[in-house]
Design a protein around this ligand. Structure first.
Ligand SMILES: Cc1cc2nc3c(=O)[nH]c(=O)nc-3n(C[C@H](O)[C@H](O)[C@H](O)COP(=O)(O)OP(=O)(O)OC[C@H]3O[C@@H](n4cnc5c(N)ncnc54)[C@H](O)[C@@H]3O)c2cc1C
Length: 410
């Protein structure tokens, strides 16, 4: 079977559902949202704690309620679940695997809202034994949402990104108190009171300047985790624990662009988009977590809605303009958007979001064809933390390339 909706949205997480809701509001009706899971809602479906909804539904909501609120805003007839998009061809043809067999779709526009996946233990190059109970937060979420009794009592959490604190909450709800949170930098990645709250309210110390070196099993049973070895400023030591939960270090779920590698950014692994969320392919847009490491659900939903507005304008015939890449250099790992298209109405105040490869002290600097056009105030920029940079750009008629760098020392 072959059919072509005006807009195919791949992924029914907050970004995909918010995009579908916005398209409906804008009168774009021929929309299909596809998700490989049996129910839409994306990642929040698996997070029971009430840390969603504050900046979009204006109240604290659990992840499942938040996911349900987005599902309610979209006509269920437009959402196809238990369906995996397996391929996007160079000619724009899309293959989908359903329970009934393969489908071919020929959409006019595609919005990729496929989120992120977590880096496995092997990708993080942690040495040592291979016991049970070494998990990512995704695996933890699935264990918890399946109602399974957690097979450990004293885990360590690796990382201090927002998601690490989400894992801490999730564990606490199940009566598990992690023995420590490990951070290899000198301060936590997310906002400062996080470590105080973890230590005083949750009784889990946050250990900065602690890098995980190896995972150790008991000598008697190679499948039983006994401790982790950490590197500190003064040497190595072991911390007794019975599980390791890796958090953060997500990578964009962009495997669907395997046949279109030119759309991917080498630094982030996600697609390059301009300020209208358009990739270098005129028919493919992307929004939400696929563009970066992890963001909040509300942020992803806002991006999905903004991408939908751009797609609606595009279907209505708005010209896309000339694309100017925004490259990153030095300690800057990625920037979203990573290109701008001119002329465009929103260029007055361009919002960029940058992430760092390493922690550094100094300032962000934006240059146009080698000439600095803006620099930020001085700051200590942390690895993995996101930095919002809003900038009114100068006349770009003759500019061929922009570069965002961080000038300063580690
Ligand atoms: C452990 C954890 C805790 C978090 N806690 C919070 C929190 O407390 N508060 C908060 O605001 N945010 C939190 N977040 C972040 C939040 O979950 C994300 O920002 C949000 O879900 C991103 O939305 P998205 O639509 O971009 O992606 P996702 O929610 O990941 O949705 C992507 C969807 O795409 C589908 N998909 C992927 N590939 C395909 C394919 N090939 N075919 C079909 N479907 C596909 C997936 O099944 C998924 O449903 C947390 C994230 C994690 C990992």
């Amino acid at each position: 079977m072959k059919f072509g909706p005006d807009v195919l949205i791949v992924g029914a997480g907050p970004a995909g559902l918010a995009a579908a809701a916005r398209l409906a509001r804008l009168g774009v009706d021929d929309v299909l949202v596809v998700d490989r899971e049996p129910q839409g809602g994306g990642m929040p479906r698996f997070c029971a704690h009430p840390t969603f909804g504050l900046t979009d539904f204006w109240r604290p909501m659990s992840g499942p309620s938040y996911a349900a609120a987005w599902r309610k805003r979209v006509d269920p007839g437009k959402v196809m679940t238990s369906t995996t998009i397996t391929r996007i061809g160079r000619n724009g043809e899309v293959s989908a695997a359903t329970a009934e067999g393969e489908l071919t779709l020929t959409p006019k526009r595609i919005l990729l809202a496929t989120g992120i996946r977590e880096r496995s233990r092997s990708a993080r190059l942690v040495s040592g034994d291979r016991p049970r109970n070494v998990l990512t937060t995704g695996a933890l979420q699935r264990l918890v949402s399946a109602g399974t009794q957690l097979p450990f009592r004293r885990p360590v959490i690796v990382g201090t990104e927002l998601v690490a604190f989400s894992a801490l909450l999730m564990l606490r709800e199940h009566g598990v108190v992690p023995v420590a949170m490990l951070e290899r930098q000198s301060r936590i990645v997310t906002w400062r009171p996080g470590d105080v709250v973890a230590g005083t309210i949750f009784h889990t110390p946050v250990l900065c300047n602690h890098r995980l070196v190896s995972i150790n099993a008991t000598p008697q049973d190679a499948s039983r985790l006994e401790s982790v070895t950490v590197q500190t400023a003064t040497g190595q030591r072991d911390i007794l624990c019975d599980a390791v939960i890796f958090t953060g270090e997500f990578t964009p779920e962009a495997s669907l662009l395997g046949e279109l590698p030119e759309l991917l950014l080498p630094g982030s692994g996600g697609p390059s988009v301009d300020q209208d969320w358009r990739t270098e392919s005129p028919m493919i847009f992307a929004a939400g977590n696929i563009l970066r490491s992890v963001e909040t659900a509300a942020w992803s939903a806002r991006e999905g809605a903004a991408a939908a507005s751009a797609i609606a304008a595009d279907l209505g015939g708005r010209p896309s303009g000339r694309r100017i890449p925004i490259e990153v250099s030095g300690a800057v790992a990625s920037v979203v958007p990573s290109a701008i298209s001119v002329p465009a109405s929103r260029l007055g105040a361009l919002q960029m979001q940058a992430r760092m490869k390493t922690t550094a002290h100094g300032h962000f600097s934006l240059s146009a064809d080698g000439t600095e056009v803006w620099r930020s105030r001085r700051l200590t920029a942390l690895r993995e933390r996101r930095y919002g940079l809003t900038r009114t750009l100068p006349e770009l008629a003759k500019v061929t390339g922009l570069t965002l760098s961080f000038i300063g020392a580690d």
